[in-house]
Design a protein around this ligand. Structure first.
Ligand code: NAD
Ligand code: WQD
Length: 356
């Protein structure tokens, strides 16, 4: 069974300044864990580190080291300076379209850096890891909801990097039977911290639909382009399983606590099991911000599929985890972050306020 009082641990969090890493750092500290965060700010900013510190509560602590994870010497030095019990590995590049343009950069950052991380862990006697994987591994799944045993059919370089890392981690666990690794396959993370301090702050034009809608709502973008309304779905727009980033963060804390229960490599979906169409998401955001949001239907985006929804029952069974926030809360919290930080972390320090 699950320990009633998981022990406090020191956890290396790679990509700690990023969207999901920052929320997870706060979640871990609230549970009393000590976090050693690393990031090179390739897709984030130092402002996120200040805000993680501002949200520290519950007895945990946060140390931060700026480094490029591909720099193995820098990582080894960080682990010598701050020994850790376990690792949560978020650092990666995540834009599907960009991965087609610069595949080698994706293999370098996502796969090569993961090899370096595993080697460094071996060198320091650290054998417990939670890895950020992705529903993109499933590609155009034959049927929804998707279970973890659905075949992997990655359709772009980004998804292939995640699938390769999972296979590498399975091989490492096979070779080193004392290793404990969980790959969490997230569906569509969205939303923000309810304080309004942490959220999604993509560089340039957002690739993902929710931050795009949020920037329309705040006046930074004219209208949402709806990528196709001729899919075989009730309203014709694509259906996804949006999951609140705070639920994702909690899933990582529980996966960390559960690592000791089973040696080897486990793969677990993090999703809600509920699908939401682009039109439904737009309506939910309009309700959250209190006004109509302009949108125009354009052609389908190449590579998109009609519907991706998780079967999250394994997470419930193995981790005791279940998403508790719905799309309305994701929109409320994303809007709260966006209107308090119209230009993201570039707006500098902000006072913590709640959205309710
Ligand atoms: P993010 O870009 O906000 O966070 C990733 C962080 O890694 C960034 O802060 C970036 O600066 C850092 N990073 C990148 N390259 C680095 C390097 N070489 N050295 C050190 N740090 C580096 O993205 P996110 O949404 O928080 O995603 C976190 C993880 O979850 C990624 O592995 C991503 O592939 C995975 N994931 C994300 C989603 C999603 O839609 N957000 C879905 C499934 C899986
Ligand atoms: C969602 C829906 C679009 C933008 C991506 C990655 C996946 C995972 C999650 C990392 C789709 C529609 C979008 C817009 C739109 N990330 N859309 N207008 O494509 O499901 O998944 O993020 O692992 O790997 O592929 O997310 O937010 O881009 O799109 O109509 O401007 O919104 O067609 O139906 P996606 P998304």
């Amino acid at each position: 069974g699950r320990p009633a009082h998981p022990r406090r641990e020191t956890v290396l969090v790679t990509g700690a300044a990023g969207f999901i890493g920052s929320h997870t750092a706060v979640e871990l500290m609230a549970a009393g864990h000590h976090v050693v965060g690393v990031d090179n700010f390739a897709n984030s900013s130092p402002g996120a580190v200040d805000r993680i510190r501002a949200l520290a509560a519950g007895g945990g602590s946060f140390e931060f080291v700026e480094l490029d994870l591909r720099d193995r010497a820098a990582l080894a030095a960080a682990l010598r300076h701050c020994p850790v019990d376990a690792v949560i590995h978020f650092a990666a590049k995540k834009a599907v379209g960009e991965s087609v343009e610069i595949p080698l950069d994706y293999y370098d950052t996502n796969v090569n850096a993961t090899l370096g991380l595993v080697e460094t862990m071996l060198g320091h006697g650290v054998n417990r890891l939670v890895f950020s994987s992705s529903c993109s591994i499933y590609g155009d799944a034959a049927s929804v909801p998707i279970r973890e045993d659905a075949p992997a059919r990655p359709t772009n370089p980004y998804a292939r990097t995640k699938w390769m890392c999972e296979q590498i981690l399975a091989d490492v666990c096979h070779r080193y039977p004392d290793w404990h690794v969980t790959s969490l396959r997230y569906f569509n993370p969205a939303g923000a911290h309810p304080s309004g301090l942490l959220g999604e702050d993509p560089r340039g034009v957002p690739n993902n639909v929710l931050p795009y809608i949020a920037q329309v709502a705040v006046g930074r973008r004219a209208e949402l382009s709806v990528f196709g309304d001729d899919y075989p779905t009730p309203d014709g727009t694509g259906i996804r399983d949006y999951i609140h980033v705070v639920d994702i963060a909690e899933g990582h804390r529980l996966a960390l606590d559960a690592l000791g229960e089973a040696p080897g490599h486990r793969v677990i979906n993090l999703g809600t099991g509920r699908g939401t169409s682009v039109r439904e998401l737009l309506d939910a955001f309009a309700a959250a911000c209190g006004r109509e949001l302009p949108a125009r239907v354009v052609a389908r985006r190449p590579g998109d599929v009609a519907e991706l929804v998780a079967d999250p029952s394994l997470a419930r069974e193995l981790l005791g985890w279940k998403a508790t926030h719905d799309v309305a809360e994701m929109c409320r919290d994303a809007w709260n972050f966006q209107r308090r930080n119209p230009n993201g972390y570039a707006d500098g320090p902000a006072g913590a306020t709640t959205s309710t």
